[in-house]
Design a protein around this ligand. Structure first.
Ligand code: HCR
Length: 382
């Protein structure tokens, strides 16, 4: 029997949806879901979560030495988690199903300069429709901080929850602390568990381990746990910063909640004991985006304008009609391209079969797997 958060007239549909999920693995985004769980926001917008604390992003370039810089990068990374994995619960009451982006969909935005932190700009592009993959680039030119990455998902049903393994990684480039070159930080991504399905109020718990591996020889290892895991408390993590050659010899340890307060255990770079590492109560700054009227035809909010309006006003018939129109147009476009032998061209990114930076930074701490594809901003390819 499905739970109380599902509107009465959609309970049967939700039960059926859960059954479909149970007998299926792969690309969740292609499934048709009951209307109460639909979000009017496309997945192409999600990379903006990386930039919602622009001051932490800019601070990735700072640090008196390489260890302190790694701590700054780790703080920015942890600072993004609440937005990435909890913000739909806050704004829409539960985790929702995002709009499934079309190939070539684009999301552009920025966080303006304030208090000398510099402007951060965002470019995201849907580089694959099925399965969905989004490539992104965040850049603060003044601070010299540049993030490039891509995001895909592989889902599987496990009893009462859905496990989503994240496919993709990001590379952050910053000026090195000696100002003579640049330091690279490889960022791998945690596994998600979608809980609360039976009640019809899904939320995300993080699990497993993710890493930040630097070309300056340091490694941050982040272990996630939650309710029902060994720590018993929701949204908790423990992170260590160590030399990449000695991952089990931490220089700093941080513990706490990624959605709340986390603290250093013992020493911290500022010399104080048990000081606060990050308080996720800090305001998040949403990305600034052009109005829909000013947007180009492939920009996300323009593409989905009518569908999103339908979802927002609970006119699901209109939403579904417009969504079908978009999907049919896309199918036709792919057919025409195939017939003409002119496949879709990416606008801002190029595909790299084997990311050497990924391989090197994984190898520096014995991480696996050794090989992965990547997407690079076109302007950066020489
Ligand atoms: C899994 C998910 C789509 C992907 C979303 C990702 C992994 C995208 C990259 C971001 O950086 C972080 C992120 C956060 C989201 O929590 C995650 C989504 C949660 C649900 C959604 C499914 C495709 C939708 C499932 C449908 C129901 C059951 C909720």
């Amino acid at each position: 029997d499905v739970g109380g958060a599902v509107p009465k007239d959609q309970r049967q549909g939700w039960g059926q949806f859960l059954k479909t999920i149970a007998s299926f693995s792969g690309d969740l985004s292609s499934l048709t879901a009951p209307s109460f769980i639909l979000s009017p926001v496309s997945l192409t917008e999600y990379p903006s979560y990386w930039g919602e604390h622009p001051e932490l992003f800019a601070a990735c370039a700072e640090g008196k030495d390489d260890v302190e810089q790694m701590v700054n990068v780790a703080r920015w990374f942890i600072g993004t988690l609440k937005g990435q994995y909890m913000s739909r619960n806050t704004s829409m009451g539960s985790e929702k199903k995002p709009l499934n982006p079309i190939l070539g969909e684009i999301f552009l935005g920025n966080w303006p300069d304030k208090d000398g932190r510099g402007e951060t700009s965002l470019i995201a592009e849907q580089v694959s429709h099925h399965p969905p993959v989004t490539a992104y680039n965040l850049l603060n030119e003044k601070a010299g901080v540049n993030l490039e990455g891509h995001s895909g998902q592989k889902s599987s049903f496990s009893g009462r929850s859905i496990t989503v393994r994240q496919v993709g990684h990001a590379v952050l480039r910053v000026p090195s602390t000696d100002k003579k070159g640049e330091t690279l930080y490889l960022i791998t991504l945690p596994t998600l568990v979608i809980e609360g399905l039976i009640w019809g109020s899904p939320y995300i718990e993080l699990s497993g381990t993710s890493h930040i591996s630097s070309s300056s020889g340091y490694l941050a290892t982040i272990n996630y746990s939650g309710k029902g895991y060994f720590s018993g408390k929701a949204h908790t993590y423990k992170a260590t910063v160590s030399p990449s050659s000695k991952p089990t010899h931490p220089l700093y340890t941080v513990e706490g909640e990624w959605s709340g307060v986390s603290k250093f255990k013992g020493s911290s770079p500022d010399g104080n004991k048990d000081s606060t590492f990050w308080d996720a109560g800090a305001d998040r700054e949403e990305v600034s985006v052009k109005s829909v009227e000013e947007q180009g035809p492939m920009e996300s909010r323009k593409v989905w304008q009518k569908t999103a309006e339908g979802i927002r006003s609970q006119n699901y018939e209109a939403a579904s009609k417009d969504k079908s129109r978009i999907e049919n147009e896309q199918r036709q476009m792919r057919k025409d391209e195939a017939a003409k032998g002119t496949p879709h061209q990416l606008e801002y990114f190029v595909h790299v079969d084997d990311d050497k930076e990924y391989a090197d930074l994984m190898a520096s701490f014995g991480g696996k797997p050794p090989q992965e594809e990547a997407y690079r901003r076109k302007a950066r390819v020489h």
